[in-house]
Design a protein around this ligand. Structure first.
Ligand code: HEM
Ligand code: HEM
Length: 195
C-alpha cells in the first residue's frame, strides 16, 4: 500500500512525484521572484539583499538541477502507470509543454554552471568547493551561456505561466479531475477515475 502511495498510478501522481513537483516549482518560482524583485527595487535594496542571502541564485539553481535529474528518472520509471494525456490537441499540447519544461529545467541551470566553470574564478556553494579557481577564462563557454541562459529562462517562465493557467482552467472552469492528479487527496482522484 505504501509503495502504491509513493508511486504514480493512472488515476493520479504519487507522493514522490508530488514532492518533486512542489519542491522544484517553489525553487524555480523563487528564482523568478528574486530576479523580478531586483528589477523592481534595484540592486542596492538592503531588505532584498538580506532575503536573497538566504537562498542565492546560483546555489538554488544548482539545487533545481540536482532535483530535476532524479525527478526525470522517477518519471521514466513510472511511465507505464502515470496519468495519460487526452487524445486531442489539448493532450498533445500538455505533453509537449511538459517535455519542454523538463528540457529547460535541465538546460537553464546547466549552461549557467558551465559558465561558472568557464570563468575560471572557481565556485564555492554553501562552503563546498565545486570548482577550483584556474585563472583561465574559457570565452566560448562563457559566451554560450551569456547568449542562452536569459532567453531560455524567460521561455521557461512563459511555459510555466501557460501551465498554471491551464491548471486553473481545469480546476475552476472545466472542473475535471486533472488538478486532483497532482494536488489534493489521492482517494478523490481514484474515486473520480472509477466513476
Ligand atoms: C504555479 C502553480 C502550478 C500548478 C497549479 C501546477 C499544476 C500541475 C498539475 C495539475 C499537473 C498535472 C497535469 C496532468 O496530470 O496532466 C502538473 C504537472 C506538471 N507540472 Fe505543474 N503546476 C504548477 C507549477 C509548476 C512549475 C513551476 C513547474 C516547473 C518548474 C511545473 C512542472 C510540471 C511538470 C513537468 C508536470 C508534468 C508531470 C511530471 O512529470 O511531474 N509545474 N502541474
Ligand atoms: C532553474 C534554475 C535557474 C533559473 C530559472 C534562472 C533564471 C534566471 C533569470 C530569469 C535571469 C535573468 C535574466 C535576464 O536578466 O534577462 C538569470 C540570470 C542569471 N543567472 Fe540564472 N537561473 C537559474 C540557474 C542559475 C545558476 C545555477 C546559476 C549559476 C551557476 C545562474 C547564474 C545566473 C547569472 C550569472 C545571471 C546573470 C547573467 C545572465 O542573465 O545570464 N543561474 N537567471
Amino acid at each position: 500500500m505504501i509503495g502504491r502511495a509513493l508511486s504514480d498510478s493512472p488515476a493520479g501522481y504519487g507522493a514522490v512525484t508530488r514532492a518533486f513537483h512542489g519542491a522544484i516549482a517553489a525553487l524555480v518560482l523563487w528564482q523568478f521572484a528574486m530576479v523580478l524583485a531586483y528589477r523592481l527595487l534595484g540592486e542596492h535594496n538592503a531588505t532584498l539583499n538580506a532575503i536573497y542571502g538566504v537562498a542565492p541564485h546560483g546555489p538554488v539553481g544548482l539545487l533545481v538541477l540536482l532535483l530535476v535529474i532524479p525527478r526525470a528518472v522517477w518519471a521514466f520509471a513510472n511511465r507505464k502507470r502515470r496519468p495519460s494525456y487526452s487524445a486531442g490537441l489539448a493532450g498533445r499540447l500538455a505533453r509537449a509543454a511538459h517535455v519542454l519544461i523538463y528540457a529547460l529545467l535541465v538546460l537553464v541551470p546547466t549552461v549557467a554552471v558551465v559558465r561558472q566553470y568557464g570563468k575560471g574564478k572557481g565556485w564555492d556553494v554553501f562552503g563546498i568547493r565545486l570548482f577550483e579557481p584556474t585563472g583561465v577564462t574559457n570565452d566560448a563557454l562563457v559566451a554560450i551561456a551569456d547568449a542562452t541562459h536569459s532567453p531560455m529562462s524567460w521561455t521557461l517562465l512563459a511555459l510555466i505561466g501557460g501551465h498554471a493557467a491551464a491548471a486553473a482552467l481545469h480546476g475552476l472552469v472545466w472542473k475535471d479531475r486533472v488538478v486532483g492528479r497532482m494536488f489534493g487527496r489521492r482517494a478523490r482522484a481514484l474515486d473520480a477515475a472509477a466513476r
